[in-house]
Write a protein that binds this ligand. Structure first.
Ligand SMILES: C[S@@+](CC[C@H](N)C(=O)[O-])C[C@H]1O[C@@H](n2cnc3c(N)ncnc32)[C@H](O)[C@@H]1O
Length: 285
């Protein structure tokens, strides 16, 4: 049999419906190779699911059954968006169609100021802001509020109905949790597959480094994650992780032979910071 990665890919099927910081489009071929190398797996876990690039690609290729997928993230707004789309995609689509009709700068700021309670309304709001904001990324301030300004796009795709339906179908069967990554330890069993895509460890002596230590995902959290990785590896859970390529990350995962992979850094507000960067990819098997 040819390796799975060379087989043709079905045209339809779900794709990420949110653009998320650290979206994995670039690394995807390498991650698919890792998934293939894992052989037969029982369940699929993604404890930092974000935009879910790998999950949706695996579903699209029919390499996993979404009923065997456990997705989680610590961001409640993200998980609520997934739940809204899953619970009632028709209603989310209806709201997005209305937003599309009314779309302009004033409407954008009006929706941004709203704080809906209903999951479908929350989901539509976040999808709408994600597609129309400056930079096209969902970002929150320290209070968990979305604060990106209006983006000037000619014709933003506010409602991709076909994809949203495919996404809803995949999410219907999947398990969703809003929880910190540590809880994976109580869940993953021998023979399962786990993909960790944590917030990247910033290179030391940068402004980012200081910010992450203070209120982001600092060194202590990264070290704890490395411990969890080791625990799962011992249990023979097939575990894969990506991170930045740095002295610290290489040290934390040394025993597993971390690989250096080159990726284009597409998302950076400063053009001089775009270009190739190295990332770390490590697997327990
Ligand atoms: C690099 S992003 C994941 C990107 C994702 N792979 C994609 O394709 O879009 C990291 C994610 O980790 C989540 N996160 C941050 N701290 C966390 C924690 N302590 N436990 C679980 N998730 C966390 C963030 O909300 C974010 O969605």
């Amino acid at each position: 049999l040819p390796p799975k990665t060379t087989l043709s890919i079905p045209k339809g099927g779900p794709r990420p419906f949110l653009k998320w910081v650290g979206g994995k489009r670039q690394l995807l071929p390498r991650l698919l190779e890792q998934f293939e190398a894992a052989g037969k797996v029982s369940r699929y876990h993604e404890p930092f699911v974000g935009g879910g690039a790998l999950f949706f690609e695996l579903v699209r290729r029919e390499w996993i059954n979404p009923a065997e997928a456990i997705l989680s993230d610590a961001n409640p707004n993200l998980i609520d968006t997934y739940r809204g789309v899953r619970n009632d995609v028709d209603e989310v689509i209806d709201i997005l169609k209305r937003y599309k009709q009314s779309h302009d700068e004033g409407h954008y700021y009006q929706v941004r100021a709203e704080e809906p309670r209903k999951l479908t309304e929350k989901a539509a709001r976040i999808i709408y802001l994600n597609k129309t904001c400056y930079n096209g990324l969902y970002r929150e301030n320290q209070q968990g509020k979305f604060n990106s300004p209006f983006g000037r796009y000619d014709n933003p795709t506010i409602c991709d109905e076909v994809n949203l339906r495919a996404v809803a179908k995949a999410l219907k069967k999947a398990t969703l949790h809003c929880r910190p990554f540590q809880e994976i330890v109580n869940e993953a069993k021998k023979g399962d597959f786990v993909y960790f895509d944590p917030p990247y460890h910033p290179l030391s002596n940068t402004a980012n480094f200081t910010a992450y230590e203070r209120n982001g995902f600092g060194t202590a959290a990264q070290e704890e994650l490395a411990k969890v990785f080791r625990k799962l590896a011992k249990r023979r859970v097939k575990t894969v992780l990506s991170n930045s390529w740095s002295n610290d990350t290489r040290t934390w995962y040394q025993e597993f032979g971390p690989m250096e992979v080159r990726a284009n850094r597409a998302v950076n507000s400063r053009p001089d910071r775009r270009g190739k960067v190295s990332e770390l990819l490590v697997s327990s098997f």
